[in-house]
Write a protein that binds this ligand. Structure first.
Ligand SMILES: [Fe+2]
Length: 292
């Protein structure tokens, strides 16, 4: 459970680290799936004196292995983790939420992703507009780590929003020389495997570079209020051509489907025709809840 103190820390600072958030079973299940998607990365992270994983500096040719819904069940279950959903809904004023994104992310020293980033806000590619103070519009990003993140292993640096309260958050990126105080007040979020960094679209943060040989495997999951439609980072229908997408949709509960934008059983979309059409497209889906 995410504690009241952790929730208050987020409200005060715009971020919180949830140490050891995953249970040992969730963590080991996730690591098994990750080993199948990106063989060798976990072993290399544990012992970077060995050779780097195969094709370590190549981008995945298909996003299918690194984006929800994943083959298997544990990374999908973590994406829709009830505690992440509770937290994201709480931060969005308590209403309905939408899962924007669920991507595996991994890098090592020298990798194309090994970059000392500038301090920035993520909202520029999570909304078409501007993230206001009003929680009705709050989006929450979660970065879950499946390997330990020590000081030399590219921890994400975060600067509490106490340092930039009451200003219009634009520009959304600052170089160190242009605003050194954001960097002077940064916290490097080191944590053990199974932990989570949660932060908001109004929170300055940056990826840091590896200071020594090493690797880290993480998982970006972000949530937005279910409405309005101008927030989000990807379109789930784009994934619909993949069999792993159909497999997930078929076995998910109606409320889980709704989290990625599928119509609820009470939606006026459902008619005899649409029930028949969706049943044809997803033959293993239990259509009972959608029948009037
Ligand atoms: Fe970012």
């Amino acid at each position: 459970m995410i504690s009241e103190e952790q929730i208050q820390h987020y409200r005060d600072h715009g971020f919180v680290v949830l140490e050891n958030f995953l249970s040992p079973t969730e963590l080991s299940g996730a690591r098994q799936e990750i080993e199948a998607f990106i063989p060798g990365w976990l072993d290399y992270a544990a012992d970077p004196s060995g050779p780097k994983p195969d094709k370590w500096d190549e981008a995945a040719r298909s996003r299918r292995n690194v984006r929800f819904p994943f083959k298997g069940s544990q990374l999908n279950a973590i994406t829709l983790h009830p505690e992440l959903r509770r937290f994201a809904s709480l931060m969005a004023g308590g209403g309905e939420i939408f899962c924007e994104q669920s991507d595996l992310t991994y890098k090592c020293k020298g990798h194309y992703g090994d970059v000392d980033q500038d301090m920035h806000l993520d909202y520029v590619n999570h909304t078409l507009t501007y993230p206001p103070e009003d929680p009705t519009y709050w989006q929450t990003a979660f970065l879950i780590y499946y390997t330990d993140v020590a000081a030399h292993e590219a921890p994400t640096a975060v600067c509490s929003w106490q340092h930039y309260k009451d200003e219009v958050l634009w520009p959304a990126v600052y170089k160190k020389e242009d605003r050194p105080s954001l960097y002077d007040n940064e916290v490097k979020t080191t944590m053990p495997a199974g932990s989570v960094l949660a932060y908001s679209m109004r929170t300055f943060h940056r990826g840091t570079a590896f200071l020594d040989e090493g690797a880290r495997v993480g998982h970006f999951i972000s949530y937005a209020p279910a409405k309005p439609r101008w927030m989000g980072i990807i379109g789930w229908p784009e994934q619909g051509i993949y069999s792993s997408f159909s497999a997930w949709i078929e076995q998910a509960a109606p409320e889980e489907r709704e989290l990625i934008g599928f119509p609820s059983p009470s939606d006026p979309y459902w008619t005899q025709e649409t029930v028949a059409g969706v049943a044809a497209r997803y033959p293993n889906m239990d259509m009972t809840p959608y029948k009037k």
